[in-house]
Design a protein around this ligand. Structure first.
Ligand code: HEM
Length: 205
């Protein structure tokens, strides 16, 4: 054994591990979204938007947490709660009431992993905004929350992961992050069920 050994050099990046863990959950979420066909009608889009607003507003305190901003200086500007709220107002859709079960007082590792899930959704949003455009919504009306962030989607995502991956986590924190990735996707499913509760699925699936 030499003193220069660094076990962490062999470990996969945290972000790569989390991507692998949540792949099935992401696919399942994508399928659920597709079943609700949010881009087929304004009525369905409004429900999708309410889900997006609820998720973003649940995370808004984390995006504005001084301890997390100390690590990610651009964090407040990454939050899309206000954009989603403006979209709801554009469409004349009610701002939904909070849904019980939101993340509360998470540890640092848990908070950052939920934020990572939220940030990752900006990648898929590149596809979603094109579909929203077809309904007449744009980055300045109705689909503000799907807009490309300043500097580009890929750059913002890489920058987030670079800081995220460089943070030292204990083994316990790594386990919290794994759990948090699952929990964040599960929460999105809950919010979708909630906003589409009395909605008839339009797809045949
Ligand atoms: C609000 C719901 C969604 C959330 C929270 C979400 C979250 C994520 C996350 C975390 C990633 C990064 C994966 C990783 O590297 O760990 C990702 C990537 C991606 N998502 Fe989603 N996603 C959502 C909805 C969707 C939907 C509906 C689509 C369907 C078009 C989609 C398409 C994609 C694609 C294509 C990527 C990969 C982009 C790339 O690597 O360039 N996502 N999403």
């Amino acid at each position: 054994m030499t003193v220069t050994e660094h076990p962490q050099d062999q470990a996969p990046l945290r972000s790569a591990r989390l991507r692998a863990i949540s792949q099935t959950l992401h696919d399942s979420l994508e399928n659920t979204v597709a079943r609700y066909a949010p881009f087929d009608t304004p009525e369905s889009y409004a429900r999708f938007l309410q889900m997006q607003y609820l998720f973003q507003s649940e995370l808004q305190p984390l995006y504005n947490d001084p301890a997390l901003i100390a690590l990610f200086p651009d964090l407040p500007g990454r939050c899309r709660a206000e954009a989603a709220k403006a979209d709801l107002i554009d469409l004349g859709v009610a701002i939904p009431q909070p849904v019980p079960g939101a993340l509360s007082e998470p540890s640092r590792a848990t908070a950052l992993t939920w934020l990572r899930v939220s940030e990752g959704s900006k990648l898929g949003a590149a596809i979603l905004i094109k579909r929203a455009n077809a309904l007449g919504y744009t980055e300045s009306f109705g689909a503000r929350h799907l807009a490309e962030p300043e500097g580009g989607r890929g750059k913002g995502w890489k920058a987030f992961n670079a800081i995220f991956d460089a943070l030292p986590f204990s083994a316990g924190e790594e386990a919290e992050a794994d759990q948090a990735a699952n929990d964040a996707f599960a929460r999105l499913q809950v919010l979708l069920q909630h906003t589409y509760a009395d909605h008839r699925e339009t797809a045949s699936a």
